[in-house]
Design a protein around this ligand. Sequence first.
Ligand code: HEM
Length: 535
Amino acid sequence: EGKAPAGENRMKGDLDRVRVDSAGQMLTTNQGVNVASNQDSLKIGLRGPTAMEDFILREKLTHFDHERIPERVVHARGSAAHGYFENYKPLTDLTKAAPFNEAGKQTPVFVRFSTVAGERGSMDTARDVRGFAVKFYTDAGNWDLVGNNIPVFFIQDAMKFPDLVHAVKPEPHFGMPQASSAHDTYWDFVSLMPESTHMLLWQMSDRAIPRSYRMMQGFGVHTFRLVNDKNESVFCKFHWTPVAGVHSLVWDEAVKLGGADPDFHRRDLWEAIEAGAYPEWELGVQVFTEAQAEEFSFDVLDPTKLIPEEMVPVTPIGKMVLNRNPDNFFAETEQVAFCTAHIIPGIDFSNDPLLQGRIHSYLDTQISRLGGVNFHELPINAPLKPVHNNQRDGMHRQSIPRGRVAYEPNSLAGGCPFQAGMQGFTSFPETITEDKVRGRPEKFADHYSQARLFWISQSPAEQQHIINAFRFELTRVQTQAIRERVVSLLVNVDEELAAGVAAGLGIALPEAAPLASSTDFPVPPPSTALSEQHF
Ligand code: HEM
């Protein structure tokens, strides 16, 4: 009885048209011709050369030769599952976004978890950030919340992303190390980028060796906008909180598991879902106004900063359940294409300069990863809402648009897609009156206060894990000057932390830089007015 979960609907109904079950069927070529023998090629005499005309052999080999597609340039290693998001209460006073407009409404989702640095076959338990990407198949089109399991990021501007990734990936001359940040180029880069200090603390903490994908938080990281149907907007940060709690491995476990079972997290997610122990997360939001944001000592457009919950509480707004494993790893987990540009009416971007760059990068990379401009038609990427527009052609087009015209306005078609006006996506009309410049706001400059906030939030055992992680990673760095530069960043965060790391490396403790605000993180009084009003 009851309502079938939305995730089920997507899988059972919508995708049935592309499901193939070949058990007990006669083998065919791709043209549907029955194949008599799948064992031997066509030869001129049993011991003679193979005939050029053996179209069956040639089709089979050709297809095989092209089985691989490029792996993702980052987040190559991942695992995914289907499920649904269920909204608790209508949030229509804050946003017109479809998933949030009714109590109990279910929206199908597909979620992919990943490591960042390792290649497609690398081990799951490497010390790394984890991707947490959610595709909502909403009734207003697809919305992708492409987040991580850590609430901040290494860099403040998209301009630095290729440098970051070139530094963390295997070194170009000998292709090492695989799935690890323990090497000179990585530490060289971050030691020269003080803005990465906060993220480094998280990365060296237990958060970077999760026990399970089911036991990780997820964060949208950037500040986004919520927009309601009166075109009023508030800022928003998204948080996923695992119902199973946040749990991590300890380093020795991570290392052993990496050797004994490189698929540890993939297997764990798969088996939990097969066993009916469906992983669940609560979605929470931190909602705040532009006026409030002005008062913060940091800039909400700076993705190396979070908003402490003492300042803006996280309000749970719904839950997500993952209840179905993919049928086919390649067709779904590999071919899924998340993109920060996929937003729907009711959600909008902020001017975070990292987010702005991401809006370009995902579609762009997927054009080469997935071959052309029509991968939105792949079943895993297609929205549930029908697509109508005048875009046409391109490699691997699947839909068959009918009629004579593919332009607008026209007088010949007798009806073509019309623009939706107020029912369509409209960008929030933010007023901007500033100079066009390269540079960063002054408020982006404090790189240490929140790193310190994270450090002091950790228990003594967790702090020791962080010190040990820095020691382990840095002892693998060959260049002494790089090790010293990292320690001099850490002095600005906490002297005990820096001393612990320095002792492990046999380095004298440098003095804190003048910029190092040793002041405690200024926490203004909680601003609950907005949350009380809305929740
Ligand atoms: C994947 C670019 C920052 C989360 C990717 C991919 C690219 C990319 C090119 C591969 C996509 C694909 O092949 O489908 C960038 C750029 C960034 C940036 C240019 C900064 C300017 C971030 C940040 C986060 C993030 C801050 C987290 C908030 C992810 C995730 C994936 C991904 C989760 C994997 C998605 C999947 O599972 O398919 N990124 N990224 N990225 N990125 Fe970013």
